[in-house]
Write a protein that binds this ligand. Structure first.
Ligand code: UGA
Length: 443
């Protein structure tokens, strides 16, 4: 059954969710305070790079099931189900999450709810937030108890956002055990398609649903830092972390995914989520339970410095060295440079006096806003022209498929750091390159 749905906040989560809801047959209105974003989305243009999203936006702007506005009142008028998809960035000067946007949406929306409505929060929030907001909604909404709030965390990955929205691997709905509770029924109707395909549908209390989300990200971050810590030991012993990860990954209890050693994790989620989780644990008096996440963060940040050290090792002295950095986005198929290890390494090399030229297939524009002093070029070959060192910092397909023989002809010195362990090593070594991976080969 088609529901009337609003999505408040149209970042990569909200915009994708709005288009996804329309694809599932619902009538959708997306809301954002940024008129520019609303204008672009209304024209079928995604304000960020996400494969498949522009097509889906255009399809449902045309089908008439999707529109965008800057007016929360329009959403309150139109929809029975309201998703909150605004950001919860790290607070300036603190580890805790900044809840300004989430609070702002509730304060604006709730007083406009004059008929029964369900709010489903998707943003990643510190445990305890949803219960506080549920009470606030009951207090502010003219319909009182008939305005209900549940939490429905989002697990989509950038680069696969459309796929993850249409075919999630699980759906979690936290419900307010204090309230009368129609939230579960509403969520079952909204996600009928996925539930019909036997997607696990898990109903929990509010606190558990909030913790599921941050625990999942903390676990993924821990897995990456685990293998990066092992990579350090591999480097000290001449062992190969990729062979090691393959071998331990065969154990189904461990699994091979997220055991990719490299420059580590970045993006708008993992780094800030583990920090907000630590901050919240501190407030709850259980900071010791999550002290290990500080080490997860340390291992991750150390990887970036080690890459700079490796570069210095290879070129001799950094000042004046010409270095091509391939990649600026925090991962391939994204133009997101938030907390990007690739861009961080490029910036650090620049600060050490290297002459850095960056190429990213999608993220050059975003990167140049943060690091205007780096040189940006439109293709990998131009970036590598005359380079003393090539650093592959994001594993875009274009970089994985570079021809080492041809590339050797245009660089000044055939030296490469494979910061994502993504290159066919033997081909590069056979072509005469000095190759350094992370936790593996040095030739
Ligand atoms: C992450 C989670 O994977 C999603 O499930 C979650 O919904 C999302 O955060 C969120 O909270 O919104 P995302 O930030 O898109 O998704 O990125 P990931 O694919 O998790 O990658 C994070 C970082 O880890 C990237 O910088 C990637 O290069 C790095 N990574 C990943 C590794 O260094 N090694 C690996 O083996 C895997």
């Amino acid at each position: 059954m088609a529901e009337r749905v609003s999505v408040l906040g149209t970042g990569y989560l909200g915009a994708t969710h709005a288009a996804g809801m329309a694809e599932l047959g619902h009538e959708v209105i997306g809301v954002d305070i940024d008129p520019d974003k609303v204008a672009r989305l209304s024209a079928g243009e995604a304000p960020f790079f996400e494969p498949g999203l522009p097509e889906l936006l255009r399809k449902h702007l045309d089908s008439g099931r999707l529109r965008f506005t800057t007016e929360v009142a329009e959403a309150a008028d139109f929809a029975d189900v309201h998703f909150i998809g605004v950001g919860t960035p790290q607070r300036k000067g603190e580890y805790a999450a900044d809840l300004t946007f989430v609070d702002g949406v509730i304060e604006t929306l709730a007083p406009l709810l004059t008929r029964p409505a369900t709010i489903l929060g998707k943003s990643t929030v510190p445990v305890g937030t949803a219960a506080r907001l549920a009470a606030r909604v009951r207090e502010l909404a003219p319909v009182g108890d008939e305005a209900q709030l549940g939490w429905n965390p989002e697990f989509l990955r950038e680069g696969f956002a459309v796929e993850d929205t249409l075919r999630p691997d699980r759906i979690v709905v936290g419900v307010d055990t204090a309230g009368p509770g129609a939230v579960e029924d509403v969520a079952r109707r909204v996600y009928a398609d996925a539930i019909g395909r036997d997607t696990p549908f898990l109903v929990t209390d509010l606190a558990t649903s909030e913790l599921i989300k941050v625990s999942a990200n903390a676990f993924l971050a821990t897995k990456i830092s685990f293998i990066n810590a092992i990579a350090e030991v591999c480097e000290a012993t001449g062992a190969d972390v990729v062979d090691l990860a393959d071998a331990i990954g065969h154990d189904a209890r461990i699994g091979r995914k997220f055991l990719g050693a490299g420059l580590g994790f970045g993006g708008g989620c993992l780094p800030k989520d583990i920090r907000a989780f630590m901050a919240r644990a501190g407030e709850l008096g259980v900071d010791q339970a999550l002290t290990f996440l500080r080490e997860v963060d340390n291992v991750n940040m150390r990887r970036r410095d080690q890459a700079v050290g490796m570069a210095e090792d290879m070129v001799g002295v950094l000042p004046g060295a010409r270095i091509a950095v391939l990649g600026a986005a925090f991962k391939p198929d994204s133009d997101d440079i938030r907390d990007s290890p690739a861009l961080d390494v490029a910036g650090k090399l620049h600060l050490h006096g290297a002459l850095v030229t960056v190429h990213d297939p999608e993220a050059n524009a975003n990167a140049s806003k943060v690091w205007p002093t780096l040189t940006y070029v439109d293709d990998a070959i131009s970036a590598c022209q005359g380079a003393d060192l090539v650093v592959v910092a994001t594993e875009w397909k274009q970089f994985r498929e570079l021809d080492p023989v041809a590339l050797k002809g245009i660089v000044a010195h055939a030296r490469v750091i494979d910061g994502r362990n993504c290159l066919p090593v033997q081909d590069w070594i056979d072509a005469g390159w000095h190759y350094r991976g992370v936790g593996r080969y040095a030739s």
